[in-house]
Design a protein around this ligand. Sequence first.
Ligand SMILES: NC(=O)c1ccc[n+]([C@@H]2O[C@H](COP(=O)([O-])OP(=O)(O)OC[C@H]3O[C@@H](n4cnc5c(N)ncnc54)[C@H](O)[C@@H]3O)[C@@H](O)[C@H]2O)c1
Length: 335
Amino acid sequence: MRFMVIGGAGFMGSNLVHRLVREGHRVLVYDKLTYAGRIENIKDLLDRNLIGFVRADLCDEERLREAIKSFSPDVIVNLSGETHVDRSINEPAPFIRTNINCVFHLLEVLRGMEEPPLLIHTSTDEVYGDRWGLPPAGEDECFRPSSPYSASKAAGDLLCQAYWRTYRLPVIIVRPCNNYGPYQHPEKLIPKTIIRALHGKPIPLYGGGWQVRDWVFVDDFAEAVELLAVKGRPGEAYNIPGFNERTNREVVEDILMLMGKPLSLIVEVEDRPGHDRRYAMRGDKIRSLGWKPKTPWLEGLRKTINWYLSNEWWWRPLLTDHYFSVETPWRRERA
Ligand SMILES: NC(=O)c1ccc[n+]([C@@H]2O[C@H](COP(=O)([O-])OP(=O)(O)OC[C@H]3O[C@@H](n4cnc5c(N)ncnc54)[C@H](O)[C@@H]3O)[C@@H](O)[C@H]2O)c1
């Protein structure tokens, strides 16, 4: 099949692209290369001419139309986005632009086509809001987003639903839980913990680290997307859980244990404003299509740690001057 992956130079995008190439699909990556997108993530494939690449903004309708026309994909997977919740607290504007306006432009370009390809749009488990004391959310649960990030993702998700309902634009929505694995930006919890532990630096845990998240290995998520491209029903949303709920504290402790580092590296810091206590989703819909996560937690975590330990060239240039500070980012901005 022919896949166009928007945001294919980011964390989940580049892992998906690697999988699609391994499975024999043709791939075009369309990416703006923001601070989170890196050509290094797909360089091995580009060097061997195994994929095409267009550097452009998703909001740029003309470039987008051109890319779709010349590549003629069967499926477009949108994995672009502004994705870091801490950043959305300091500066929500880029989140509104990328996660809402750009999704609107993408939908408009597709609406203008006679036979639009299938769109698989990536939303998130965060749209359901805090599930503390509540059962895991099914796909029909109403949205209660808490952060500017999750509110912008909810808006993008709703636009996709509206374009199916109003125009019958073929779109499938995926709502993954937290992904982990290679090529994730060092600002996120798991890489941050590995890199700090490696340097013997303190590892900050917001609000004691009692928040519960569900984790899926990124290649298992990619497998779900590949499956949905064939078996998914347009107009439907699919949760992609990992069936693997852990507190943030457990996640950090497991990493320290696997790396042979002391738990005394953990320091508790002020909680993130509006921090949801738990995300949790049902997964019967995607399971009924024959998918389940294959990678056990500790195995995936070991793979991830080994990848970061062997690829310092990849993450070292991304460490900022205050990378090892334990000050919370919104405090630093306010100071
Ligand atoms: N990482 C997770 O655990 C997780 C969980 C649930 C949902 N999601 C969603 O999955 C998607 C992928 O997440 P990720 O962690 O891989 O993100 P990421 O931050 O690693 O990568 C985002 C990619 O999008 C590109 N991009 C940003 N703005 C763009 C624009 N205007 N035009 C074109 N490209 C642009 C960036 O250059 C980058 O390559 C996002 O939509 C995110 O909201 C992520």
